[in-house]
Design a protein around this ligand. Structure first.
Ligand code: SF4
Length: 548
């Protein structure tokens, strides 16, 4: 007999709650092809197949499940076949976009490189990567044109100097961001490097976290000199009135098509407990994270659904077995810290932050950098989360000549606003998801704006992205550009950008971190981009309020 409601109409059947693929709730059977690939074989195992089989038999011998899935766990993505325009990105099958060469991501946890490491990356770039090298906005270095045949030799070289590509991509803990001035900054109270080291040594490449629902992004730093609000987990330095310096814990940030800011759990974590708490949060993500739909599989969706109170309770009760100490919010800087220019270290030496254009360097340039740095009495550099680099530990007497020498190799320590504030993702040159060109357009844009608005006395950030995935953080710039196909002046479809305005992160003191607004109809063709940005900048200069 059919059930009826009080209105006499047939009552709706109670809807069966649909699982989100959470392991902790019993959804162990893979619910999509990505989950199947991970279950069939631990992705870390592909390293042995690359070394023993694919490197000898070549690209065509690679199992497609490895090629488009598990290779990522070792930092390898196939790069885009040249000559396929952005309009065809969405309509072609993935294999039609695959070139036989790879992008290789080298993780630099904490962002610090000694000169042996720098020379090694430079050598690999020149030997195997056609002299390419990009500094990413997550303190990685990416090389291109890599052949699978060369991977065993590349790993040998990298690992001999303590570098790795382990879990540089894939559904696992990616590079851990750290302050590029950790251990030397005058206003730092705790150097977080030991916590980063402990996490990388114990958990990166460990089977327990090699199958997460999706990627997991971390940062651990005393200073707010990185985009901590858009990571899955961030530890940020804070002084507790009773317990002293420690870290404030944030969870659930992320960008892409559903951007969300990380939220504070309201706890204070001492340095020694950071790895344990980090592992607890990753375990929640592994066990309760949504695995059914890829676009809902980031931690931010779980945090949004649970709320921070429940998240903290589960962390404490199920994973740590103890309560955490309540903590105050951190004191944040007035504006984002990018460390460009010359700055005093706490030990009396100096560090110099210099800007390539949109993060693009080359192996040759990195080799020159190593020589210049060594000649000026330093032994190390660091990478920032803004596609820039720093030379650390410079004696005072060498500062001026090093600034000149850096300029001589294309690294500017006194850059224009435009060079300083512009980032670009990989884009259509190499990325299979891209719709538009980014790096070259970024270089042209900076050159053009340096000519037309050279003496601009305002900091304006521009983030150029080749698609909605927001790898160069579209929503966090004053002018965020999201690549898409737009209507050209003659009615034809051309490369262009959706514009987001007014985003900003990494600051406080009356400033509220927030995402830029996407305004309907605010689009530009790629060809008109320089004029468009110039107009926007002039309008801003004319109408800004005092002190803005
Ligand atoms: Fe590729 Fe899009 Fe990310 Fe740019 S934003 S690197 S085009 S996926």
């Amino acid at each position: 007999m059919a059930l009826t409601s009080s209105s006499g109409r047939p009552a709706a059947r109670p809807r069966k709650a649909r699982g989100e693929g959470q392991w902790a709730l019993g959804h162990r059977e893979p619910l999509n092809p990505n989950e199947r690939t991970k279950k069939d074989d631990n992705p870390l195992n592909v390293r042995a197949r690359i070394e023993n089989i694919y490197a000898h038999r070549g690209f065509d011998s690679i199992d497609p499940q490895d090629l488009r899935g598990r290779f990522r766990w070792w930092g390898l993505y196939t790069q885009r076949k040249p000559g396929i325009d952005g309009g065809r990105t969405a309509v072609l099958e993935p294999h039609e976009l695959d070139d036989k060469y790879f992008m290789l991501r080298i993780r630099v946890d904490g962002g610090q490189l000694d000169l042996d490491q720098l020379r090694t990356i430079a050598d690999i770039s020149r030997r195997y990567a056609r002299d390419t090298a990009d500094i990413t906005d997550r303190q990685n270095i990416q090389l291109h044109w890599i052949r699978v045949e060369d991977m065993p030799a590349i790993w040998r070289q990298l690992e001999a100097v303590g570098l790795s590509t382990t879990e540089a991509c894939g559904d696992c803990p990616r590079v851990v961001l750290g302050s590029p001035v950790a251990g030397i900054a005058a206003d730092e109270k705790i150097d977080a490097t030991p916590a980063i080291r402990a996490i990388v040594d114990k958990y990166v490449g460990a089977p327990e976290f090699s199958n997460l629902p999706r990627k997991f992004k971390s940062s651990i730093s005393w200073l707010a000199d990185m985009p901590y609000e858009v990571n899955d987990i961030s530890f940020l330095g804070v002084d507790h009135p009773e317990y002293g310096p420690g870290f404030d814990l944030w969870v659930g940030g992320g960008l892409s098509t559903n951007p969300m800011l990380a939220q504070r759990l309201g706890v204070w974590v001492p340095l020694g407990e950071v790895p344990e708490v980090w592992a607890g949060v990753v375990s929640i993500f592994r066990d309760y994270g949504y695995r059914r739909l890829r676009h809902r599989a980031r931690l931010k969706f779980l945090v949004a659904d649970w709320g921070v109170e429940k998240f903290r309770e589960v962390l404490e009760k199920e994973y740590l077995g103890r309560g955490l100490v309540d903590g105050p919010p951190p004191v944040l800087p007035d504006k984002p810290l990018d460390h460009i220019g010359v700055h005093a270290q706490r030990d009396g030496r100096f560090y110099i932050g210099a800007a390539p254009v949109v993060g693009r360097v080359s192996g040759g340039q990195l080799l020159q950098l190593a020589e210049v740095v060594a000649a000026h009495g330093s032994n190390r550099v660091s990478l920032t989360a803004y596609q820039k680099l720093l030379v650390l530990d410079v004696p005072q007497e060498s500062v001026d000549s090093l600034v000149v020498a850096l300029r001589g190799i294309g690294l500017e320590a006194q850059p224009s606003t435009w060079r300083r504030g512009t980032m670009a993702c990989t884009g259509i040159e190499f990325c299979k998801l891209a719709i538009v060109e980014t790096k070259k357009r970024g270089e042209e844009l900076v050159a053009r704006l340096e000519e037309s608005l050279r003496d601009m006395d305002a900091d304006i950030t521009i983030h150029i992205n080749g698609c909605p995935n927001a790898c160069a953080r579209t929503q966090t710039a004053d002018i965020g550009l999201k690549g898409q196909i737009v209507m050209g002046p003659d009615g034809q479809q051309v490369e262009g950008f959706q514009v987001h305005l007014g985003g900003g992160l990494g600051m406080a003191q009356g400033q509220t971190a927030g995402f830029g607004r996407k305004l309907r109809g605010l689009k530009t063709t790629a060809d008109e981009l320089p004029e468009y940005v110039e107009r926007l900048a002039r309008r801003y200069l004319d109408s800004r309020t005092q002190g803005e």
